[in-house]
Design a protein around this ligand. Sequence first.
Ligand SMILES: Nc1ncnc2c1ncn2[C@@H]1O[C@H](COP(=O)(O)OP(=O)(O)OP(=O)(O)O)[C@@H](O)[C@H]1O
Ligand SMILES: Nc1nc2c(c(=O)[nH]1)N=C(CO)CN2
Length: 483
Amino acid sequence: MSGQHTAYLGLGANQGNRLANLLQAQQYMRARMTIEKTSSYYQTEPMGYEDQPKFLNMVCRVTTELGPEDLLHFLKRIERRMGRWPSFRNAPRTIDIDILLYDDLILESEELTIPHPRMHERAFVLVPLSEMEPGLVHPVLDRSVETLLGGLRHWGVAKQCMRPRPTHDVQQEKPRVPVCLSRVGVTSLQRNVRFGNGEGSELFQASLDLFADLNSDQAGVHMSRFSVATEELVHNLTRVPTPDIESLAGNLSRQILKDQGAVRSEVHITARSPLGKITPVSGKFTEELYNLIGIASSTAERTRCIIGVTVEGMTVCPCAQEMVRSNSRDILLKEGFTEEQAERALNAIPIASHNQRGLGTLLIGSDVRVRAESLVHIIEASMSSETYAILKRPDEFFVVNKAHRNPRFVEDVVREMLRLLVDTFPDLPDDTFVLARQENLESIHKHNAFAERFGLMCDIRRELAGEGVNPIRPISMDEWLKS
Ligand SMILES: Nc1ncnc2c1ncn2[C@@H]1O[C@H](COP(=O)(O)OP(=O)(O)OP(=O)(O)O)[C@@H](O)[C@H]1O
Ligand SMILES: Nc1nc2c(c(=O)[nH]1)N=C(CO)CN2
């Protein structure tokens, strides 16, 4: 037999920690099958040999590639691994796993009978099975599980509530330290998210930070329930594709606002995204990963969204390059070159300097849609050189040469990003929020170098046009999101 088969398995335990045994058995089973559905857990009176502790029973539906005999042997090995050794029929056990049904198979061999020869007379099998699939038909008796159960006189089974029931709600209690909190949240929640539309969607690995600002009557309590509610919300909203990262951030923030009765909510999503590129000289295809960023903030009145990217590139230090150049000039003069010859030589060849991996970030808050890929290209073009995941020798030379002909400080990169942004998107409205940031992982220092500019598009445009600086302090991202 090959392919996938559907089987129903009955599990029982009446020794040791019964629930732990049933859960452990399922964990072992997953190595060779997918557990598609499980019933509740039932406390059941022992049948057959009655002088023994009560059982905990459950059934599950699985799919497996194992044939019936191999499945039986696999299950028996799990039973042995869990400390069950052959004993008398119906004896107490740490775990018992029976094959109840296997596709529509009817089989009777020396070691295996399918359907299980006693399943139709056992309430500890039929009750959980009918909870899961009442209409399932016994292929030999040609009756549904529900009908078979109706024919049993004594059941002796009781559904178990496995959830702990706390006597009081700790999260609603007055805190021991009487200080109000401003906001609560969940950070670094890792999820796979889908972006796309009806025609197709792509899977991205994402990290989410979610916050709710508390109003005065909530501010005194803990709100740690937030994390449970939020995990569920994120699970539900990320199962289906969303058109883009800002829509997902917006949907999440609106829902948190509603669910938590918060004054304001804020969601930050970072997703690792691929972008295809061709290497500059060898023409090889490479896939670069960059961080796609979606931020949303919701109040009862409005939702503000920001989209952006963080991209890696390379910068060369202009300051060190100037020192090397001046030193090289002195050497050339000492060697007998004239001032003019030395200058010509220095202009003709690249000059050494230290260089670093730079992280450039551009964030845009606007109702006008900006493609993330466009921002990636703007950031890359603002550094000394873009970098590539794959570099053949000629590409490596190209990147080093380009970077050394194009030295830039972090401040230069930020200014260049803004110049290119304004030039590339002349239609972005004046009230668009912009943040440009460069962080260099310095190679000759132990610290990073950092520069940032945030504010409104109208002010940046005015400055770029040489029309002066707005005397009012530029609006920060936090202020813009809250405005
Ligand atoms: N459908 C089946 N599922 C599991 N074992 C089966 C099945 N049909 C036959 N057997 C055989 O029954 C043997 C005894 O099984 P097991 O030790 O589970 O018995 P038991 O749990 O004491 O009683 P019961 O079979 O009534 O549940 C197994 O070694 C196996 O060869
Ligand atoms: N309640 C209950 N009784 C049993 C069980 C069981 O799993 N539950 N298993 C048996 C032998 O497989 C015999 N008797």
